[in-house]
Design a protein around this ligand. Sequence first.
Ligand SMILES: [Zn+2]
Length: 318
Amino acid sequence: MCDEIYFGIDIGGTAVKMGIMNSRGELFASDTASVNFDQYETPILQTVKKVSAVFIEEHPEYKDKLKAIGISATGQIDSRTGVVSGTAGHIKNWQDSRIKEEMEELFRLPVAVANDANCAALGEYWIGAARGVEDVIVITVGTGIGGGIITGGKLLSGARGIAGEMGHFSIKSDGEECTCGNRGCYERYASTTALVRMINERMKKGELKAFADNVSGKTIFEELGKGNAKLQAAVEEWIDYVADGLVSLVHIFNPSMIIISGGVSMQKELFIDPLSVKIKDRIMPAYRENLEIRQAALKNNAGLAGAIYNCICTLIEE
Ligand SMILES: [Zn+2]
């Protein structure tokens, strides 16, 4: 079988990952480079163009075989035009970057661009934990909350390709202010950042004994593993928040699988399993049948794989 060869690029807020993959999702070569080495004074797209050209020069055996380029990018990406239509605000010189146009000009190849969270979802659907599952919600729990929704085997992209922004639906109308301008957003309560903030606050108030100099998702779960009951209760509250959002999403999208990614998703017994119980307890019975809640499988390559899968799908559609 003659597989087609693709160039995948995953542009994050700190680094860009590049890789050569075939149409079966096998990765042949990869490399990463920093994009914030001078605090974004050099625009990210300029860095990406430079390092990706070098990467391809370093792998001449693939150069003439490349069929297309799939790009996953941070921020709100208009997937029809491949332009950055909105950013989280902290990345200089990124808004309005014309990724698709400039990369097509540089490489003389078709380019498809999508948001990184959506690409991560597509990666899990293509070659990861949700392979062959047509209705999936993929949620990344980390600094914020991101994700992608696959329904009927297709990514829900919305009018401008920016659907599935799960961090910013409100779970508390009178809740905390969010960077997006709304109140009570899901990620203000259910992200790893929110968990760390909550634990720090309780330690400050003396409700929890200090257990680490540097409280992080990692140190929290390490301490939980030792059987800290008070910490356990606090983490339970946080898992309730994570469940809050997912219970609503299950009723809207009726998935047969929810995939959790991000650092904390490594915690099966202490996070994924109790989360699964909480979700199933609170959804209506018909939604519960066959619903599975699982850890992501692809880790760091999900965005790259999803970018290439998105590219393959886009080429087929055109
Ligand atoms: Zn928000």
